[in-house]
Design a protein around this ligand. Sequence first.
Ligand code: FAD
Length: 460
Amino acid sequence: MTHLVWFRNDLRVSDHSALTEACKAPGADVKAIFLWTPEQWQQHDYGLARQYSIRSALATVAQDLAQLGIPLTIVHADTWLAGVDQLIDYARSQNVSHLAFHREFGWDEVQRDQYTIEQARAAGIDTWIGEDRVGFDPASLLTGQGDMYRVFTPFKKRWLSQHAETPLPRPLPVPSPVAPALTAIPDIPAVNWTGTAELPLNEHEAHEHLSHFTEAMPNYKDHRDLPAVEGTSRLSAALANGAISLRQCMHSAFSHPRFDSAGVQTWLSELIWREFYHYLLYWRPDLARHEPFYPRWDAFPWNRDDAALQRWQQGQTGVPIVDAGMRQLAQTGWMHNRVRMIVAMYLVKLLKVDWRQGERWFAQQLLDIDFASNNGGWQWCASTGVDAAPYFRIFNPHTQSERFDPKGDYIRRWVPELASVNAAAIHQPSQTLAKHQGYSLPLIDYKRARAETLTLFKKL
Ligand SMILES: Cc1cc2nc3c(=O)[nH]c(=O)nc-3n(C[C@H](O)[C@H](O)[C@H](O)COP(=O)(O)OP(=O)(O)OC[C@H]3O[C@@H](n4cnc5c(N)ncnc54)[C@H](O)[C@@H]3O)c2cc1C
């Protein structure tokens, strides 16, 4: 019996249900496969950063699988559907009897998996599909009326009560080797991303990072909004490419000696936000087709100002905290959550650029791009989403900056033109200051832009 494990956004060997399932079959010959599909990724707006993240995690998986005696085949295909045909051809050529993989949400993902199941059945191959991306099957978390949740807090309560009744299983260990270690490791395409990653991308790095962060977890609530402090886990890219599993992260929170501390509780809550956004994508796969959750605001007269969009993308808006965030993104493929909210609100509610333009730019730049969380974050900021910020909530980037980067350290790190500006002046560089420092003049006047947006929203 030959078992084939299809690796996707689950690039690790521990707590990998599909791999464990294949390895536990007595005497099974186990093989692994990965579809390298740059054109498909491009269609989803995923950029080189995301490919780099996948490459980094996959290289480690290839080595770890070799230690377990499991060969990994990398199939190059333009699209997922073409890739599935190649996967089935490969499975046939290797007399594969069982194919195991984890379920994924999203429009194209669901079509791909349906097609896979049909093609495998036609080829006489059994399929085994595991739940890995989220803690619980979204179909099992419903309101008292049997409807989907549209508000985070009751969803979180339901999630926690489900966990109290049926706790998430303990993370699975790395399976025992099924054959002697292999020396041949497959070639993985190089990816020419030019940024510098400042967060873990592969399984080993992710676990090392999690164990450091676990010590700091009780302080999370106090530090998480300060972009100059490394107060968050930075596990988002590893969660997105699957180098670490949700269960492994949840387990570190649930088993924490200071579980009741505000820090651990808040971190748990953030992981449940991630669950919530995946839940929404499960129930509303059309979100993946760039539909707003509530179409109410779709008639907003978006500003089609390419020059403004470009200045935002390049971190040249003249608002220091916005520019710092956009430059951190360009240089490292990551941005602090508080700053993501500030730059998103600035683009949508002050420059009045369609939120989908920002969502797309993030997808192209982020190492941790995860469709559900990105879409959820953008729709929250644009007020088009579920349980989103009300339309009249418009962050003032200058006061946000004073509050969350009081000394200006974050700004100084990413906007070197302002390196010598003191904390009192750095949040609101006036036009004179901009001239002296060679820094961009402000693109818009905050007060005027805010008033215009509110008038437009009210008209709708
Ligand atoms: C406009 C916008 C776009 C975003 N795009 C993405 C994205 O593409 N991928 C992504 O993983 N996160 C996204 N987020 C959520 C959040 O900014 C990142 O998850 C977080 O900054 C990652 O840093 P961390 O790993 O240190 O998080 P921590 O604060 O340590 O949180 C732990 C984990 O919980 C999850 N998480 C935390 N906050 C959120 C949140 N608000 N929504 C959903 N999940 C959350 C992440 O998986 C994160 O790694 C976005 C937020 C906004 C406002």
